[in-house]
Every structure is written in C-alpha cells, then in structure tokens.
Design a protein around this ligand. Structure first.
Ligand code: HEC
Length: 124
C-alpha cells in the first residue's frame, strides 16, 4: 500500500517543480529582453560619449578633468545617467547627453563602460 501513496505524493511535487521551472524559464526570457547589450553600448560610446570620456572610458587628453568611467560599477553608471536624465543630478553638459538616452541605451552604455579596464577597480 505504500507504493500508490508514494506515487500520489510525488506526482503533485513533480507538477509543482515543472511549474516552477516554467516560471523560471519565463522570467529568464523576460530578463533577457531587458538585458544590457554591452556591444550596442560600445557603439553609443563610439558615437557620443567617447569624445569626452574616451571610447574605453579612460578619458581623453583634451578634457583631463572629465570623469573616468572604465571599470566603474555598472549600477552606479545606470544611476548617474538616470539622474542626469531626470534632473536629480544637475550638470548642464551631461543633462544634454543623457536626455536622448532610453533606459535600454543607459543600461547598454553602463554595461560597456563597466566592462572596460582602467585604474578604477570594483572591490569584491
Ligand atoms: C561634451 C562632453 C561629454 C560627453 C560627450 C559625455 N559626457 Fe559624460 N560627463 C561629462 C562631464 C563634464 C561630466 C562630469 C559632470 C558632473 O560633474 O556631474 C560627466 C559625467 C558623466 C558620468 C558621471 C560619472 C561619475 O563618476 O559620477 C557618467 C556616468 C557619464 N558622464 C556618462 C556619459 C555617457 C554614457 C555619455 C554618452 C552617452 C557621456 N557621458 C557623454 C562630459 C561629457
């Protein structure tokens, strides 16, 4: 008599696991739709940001006092750009740069600059 009970107990558990994985896979697909695309961010950096920050985020000789972005925390870069865009962080130059960026653009450029190497280090 243990066998049928065992099976009855296990089957719903398997069903729940299947449901869990279905949700997990669904979430994964959802996340991928918004995942940062560092290569696209690199294109944006080449076209726009590089003139002042360097395409690799290590600065340019023309503007030695402009901040280095290479190796900065990705979340920090996202936050800073969103704040320039909203006006929460005020800088006339960066307000103009951040305004046309979509949330996806912001995530892409942040992923690009965070993945570049330079003297800034993320301490883990
Ligand atoms: C015309 C020059 C110029 C261009 C082009 C430019 N920036 Fe900036 N950026 C600056 C200056 C100047 C600052 C410092 C502003 C401040 O003090 O808040 C800055 C600051 C930043 C910061 C904050 C850095 C920190 O350490 O807090 C980020 C992030 C940033 N820029 C990203 C970008 C991105 C991404 C682009 C391209 C879409 C871009 N910038 C294009 C001049 C520029």
């Amino acid at each position: 008599m243990l066998k049928p009970l065992d099976a009855a107990v296990r089957r719903p558990a398997i069903g729940r696991m299947a449901a869990f994985f279905a949700v997990a896979v669904g979430l994964g697909a959802g996340l991928n739709a918004y995942a940062a695309d560092a290569a696209a961010g690199g294109e944006k950096a080449k076209a726009v940001c590089g003139a002042c920050h360097g395409v690799d985020g290590n600065g340019v000789a023309t503007f030695p006092d402009y901040p280095r972005l290479a190796g900065q925390h990705e979340e920090y870069l996202v936050q800073a750009l969103k704040q320039y865009k909203s006006g929460a962080r005020k800088n006339a130059v960066m307000a103009g740069m951040a305004q046309p960026l979509s949330v996806q653009d912001i995530e892409n450029v942040a992923a690009w600059f965070a993945s570049q190497t330079g003297p800034l280090k993320v301490i883990r």
